[in-house]
Design a protein around this ligand. Structure first.
Ligand code: NAP
Ligand code: HSE
Length: 431
């Protein structure tokens, strides 16, 4: 049987999973592919390190360049992480005509344009199923299954760590810091969970999904990103009283003029929507296309085995591409879309919590400011709660631009009856 040589850069969580499952399911893959995927070299930082998944010593090297230079390696799998050595490795592998498979969302989000330009120049595909939502096959679905669709919207819960934190805050009423500490104890959050909680891990994945959906590489400066650090158990409770739950949501949409929005931020979503029941570390993505209508994907967005499953699917596709060269190289740019709306002009609904002095006329002052700015209120509640010398006033706001809301917030914050800067969370009704 024909053998295809693979160079594995990284034998950590994901690389270890890939090696383990290529070995375990070798016969199954041979039966299905009609060829054998053989790991010929593995690059790591430290060959002496004790590993849960061990590989034969003769395969190991500390130089990723050995993979690129080895004529027996036809597919390079980049699972090192980071954006420096990883970029060098990917570009040099492409220049050598080796197909690249990567799960590196930060690398693609930051350097996707450059990488796919090189891929097209050298006619070498780059596959990246593991770079968004781990084991959930969302990349192939957008790229292949929905090829005949204009993508109207994508709504995704695509960071497992933040979803775990929000799920625990909702279920137990615990605060953000306690839920984060628990996520770290359970091994879900990274030792440095910054990118998970500040929204950027989800933003990297959203950039990849938006770029695939709309045919131009979305820059990191074109996506609006807000994390979950300022979400309080109190906001989650009030949202619940209004029939909503709070999720870190990636929202990608095109309007009728073909302008797109790409944003990641906490959002109130109706508790009756299927995305509201996506709990813990699970990911889910709802995609609406003009031909297919509504679709939903759900599964494990991270971890050794689910992510290895995605990488192995790319390896199968890479092997097929070696057999019969293809037209596409992983990302096909086109000019049907191209503009991203700035967040200031994005229209949304909002939840507003204002700490006010408990006396008559306060609601009228707040409503007056909103009315002057032509912003409609859809409901008001004054929950039973004391916030020091103030009480919370919670308003649900009809459609307004982010710009209008920022003006309103600044004016409301200036009222003498308002004790702290108002808290605003966007609402996505997912209609
Ligand atoms: P990891 O556990 O830290 O593993 C990284 C591996 O790369 C290690 O084996 C390390 O060697 C090796 N490495 C790092 N820099 C290197 C260099 N300059 N030269 C040679 N080897 C180098 O990371 P991971 O969690 O597997 O993640 C890998 C990639 O997959 C990242 O881009 C990540 O974003 C992405 N990803 C991860 C997950 C997940 O659930 N973990 C899910 C989806 C995507 P040593 O072992 O010697 O240190
Ligand atoms: N830190 C990421 C998450 C890992 O929590 O979803 C997978 O990309």
């Amino acid at each position: 049987m024909q053998q295809i040589g693979i160079g594995l850069a990284g034998l950590g969580t994901v690389g270890g999973g890939v090696f383990k499952h290529l070995t375990k399911n070798r016969i199954l893959l041979m039966e299905r592919l009609g060829l054998e995927l053989v790991v010929r070299k593995i690059a790591v930082r430290d060959v002496a390190k004790a590993r849960a998944v061990a590989a034969p010593a003769e395969l190991m090297t500390t130089s990723w360049r050995d993979l690129v230079e080895d004529p027996g390696v036809r597919i390079v799998v980049e699972l090192m992480g980071g954006t420096d050595a990883a970029l060098e490795l990917v570009l040099s592998a492409i220049a050598k005509g080796k197909i690249v498979v990567t799960g590196n969302k930060a690398l693609l989000a930051e350097h996707g344009r450059e990488i796919f330009k090189a891929a097209a120049k050298y006619q070498v595909p780059v596959f990246f199923e593991a770079a968004a939502a781990g084991g959930v096959p969302i990349i192939k679905s957008i790229r292949e299954a929905f090829i005949g669709n204009h993508i109207q919207s994508i709504h995704g819960i695509i960071n497992g760590t933040s979803n775990y934190i929000l799920t625990r805050m909702t279920a137990s009423g615990m605060g953000f810091e306690d839920a984060l500490a628990e996520a770290q104890r359970m091994g879900f959050a990274e030792a440095d969970p910054a990118l998970d909680v500040n929204g950027w891990d989800a933003a990297h994945k959203a950039i990849i999904l938006a770029s695939l959906a709309y045919g131009f590489w979305v820059g990191t400066d074109k996506i609006y990103v807000e994390g979950i650090e300022r979400i309080t158990a109190e906001d989650i409770r009030f949202a619940g009283e209004l029939g909503y739950c709070v999720k870190l949501l990636a929202i990608i949409k095109a309007d009728e003029k073909g302008e797109i929005e790409a944003r990641v931020h906490p959002a109130l979503i109706p508790r009756s929507h299927v995305l509201a029941s996506v709990n813990g570390v699970f990911n889910a993505i709802a995609v609406r296309g003009d031909v297919v209508g509504d679709t939903l994907f759900y599964g494990c967005g991270a971890g050794q085995d689910p992510t290895a499953s995605a990488v192995i699917s790319d390896l199968a596709e890479a092997a097929a591409a070696l057999e019969s060269p293809r037209r596409g190289f992983g990302f096909t740019p086109h000019a049907l879309y191209g503009n991203c709306k700035p967040i200031s002009s994005v229209v949304s609904e909002y939840y507003l919590r204002i700490a006010v002095v408990d006396k008559p006329g306060v609601l009228a002052q707040v409503a007056g400011i909103l009315g002057e700015l032509n912003i409609g209120i859809s409901s008001v509640i004054q929950p039973e709660a004391q916030e020091g010398e103030s009480v919370p006033l919670v308003l649900m706001i009809h459609y307004a631009t982010n710009d209008q809301m920022q003006t309103a917030l600044a004016r409301i914050a200036g009222l003498s009856v308002v004790k702290r800067p108002p808290r605003m969370i966007r609402v996505e009704n997912l209609a």
